[in-house]
Design a binder for this molecule. Sequence first.
Ligand code: ATP
Ligand code: MG
Length: 503
Amino acid sequence: MTNPLYDTLFGRYAGKTTPFLHLPDGSAITHNDFLSMAARYAHVFRDAGVEPGDRLAVQIEKSPQALAIYAACVQSGIVFLPLNTAYTAAEVSYFVENSGAKLLICDTANETALTPIAQSAGAQLETLDADGVGTLSAQAETMPNRFPTVTRSPDDLAAFLYTSGTTGRSKGAMLSQQNLLSNAETLVDYWKFTDQDVLLHALPIFHTHGLFVASNITLLAGGSMIFMGKFNPDQIIENMPRATSMMGVPTFYTRLLDDTRFTKALTQHMRLFISGSAPLLADTHIQFESRTGHRILERYGMTETNMNTSNPYDGERRAGTVGMPLPGVELKITDSASGETLPDGEVGQIEVRGPNVFQGYWQMPEKTAEELRGDGFFITGDLGVVDPDGYVQIVGRNKDLIISGGYNIYPKEIELVLDEQPGVLESAVVGVSHPDFGETVVGFLVASNEVGPDLDAISRNVGESLARFKHPKKLIVLPKLPRNTMGKVQKNLLREQFGDLFS
Ligand code: ATP
Ligand code: MG
């Protein structure tokens, strides 16, 4: 094989007029059309002097063209670097400088703001809008439909994906061809994807979930995707009868459950609903099953590793767990201080090893050395426990662990109690500094109705179910929890904003 990732995901479709992307307007893009588009982009990149191994950054709206840029990069050996569309110009500046990108592709609306940024970083700038129009497509029009695929080896880098920045500054995870390919192969098999699958795709494609998990799997299995710009319940409901599968973040599922049009009949043709990127509440899992008869399959992964664990396809999908390590992935729970492996049933840091684990953080050798052990195990930064049946449960992030008066407190345990309280829609528990205890517990609540929660009653209830050192010293009602675009609660923002409550 000249280029394992390209040949396996894309090249095999040369000349095939099977549908690949179904668009909301009813039109479809065939595999061959998609490949031609990618080849034309690859010519533009090469003519612009972007060489194999160079980085190409994109901050554009989701579109078939945006996905074809990924294919073009793989075909021409360029390292693909997609950026969150929510990032401001100042943030994009960091990523372009940090990655040393040779070319930045942005939306026309951001061209003025990003021109000086690209210039100072020494990157060229092209534009591409959500409708596929821009300076990139204008140049691509005159290019040939075929591009000689650049030879790559499995260890060559395919992408830099920056982490979501939930716990701090985003880090550029270097992913090789083999990292991506091995995970896609495992998941197609594990989740039984075939060429008969039609995946509802409403996730962003700047993140591992929508880009690699969803798109790579569909390409490898030979299926097609109903490709939507963003999550829109109307569009999802309209298209579900044509689909077989969906991948979503937990908010997709809670929003569908809030919609009375989302019925069992609507899901009749579906074989699989997958959730990940953030914890799915057990309650959502249960409600979803009682509404539709489907059990959501929850899995666990991250930018640095793609997917690590998954609930089984055929066996029991256990609510509140992320299932077992995928074939080929080793997982252990270790003591944060000593690094020693802990026995099953004890909470510790989750470490994983496998062909899916990334090559390190770009230009962060110290950070890489801290988190990626010499023996290949990656310290994920998540805390978890393995139950007697081998199901992994995530109890939170290491950075969110609260140490109060010498006791370890796992926010999740308190959140589960708070979520059950009358008038509470959801909660987030964080540790803030405290003169006596070092840190203490603060609970943030979002009301589920106009009346809102009765904070005194909640304090009493919590007192009955949790040990004293775990009781929130303060409960605060917020209109909503701060979340990033992947739906993850940004506890660092809560800590920043409320950090001096007790000082
Ligand atoms: P950063 O590393 O920059 O702080 P991030 O870790 O949120 O950001 P991602 O790589 O997008 O960036 O997210 C991976 C994290 O998402 C995991 O480490 C884990 O905390 C969380 N996660 C993913 N899937 C699940 C899941 N099913 N249940 C609970 N948490 C999940
Ligand atoms: Mg992370």
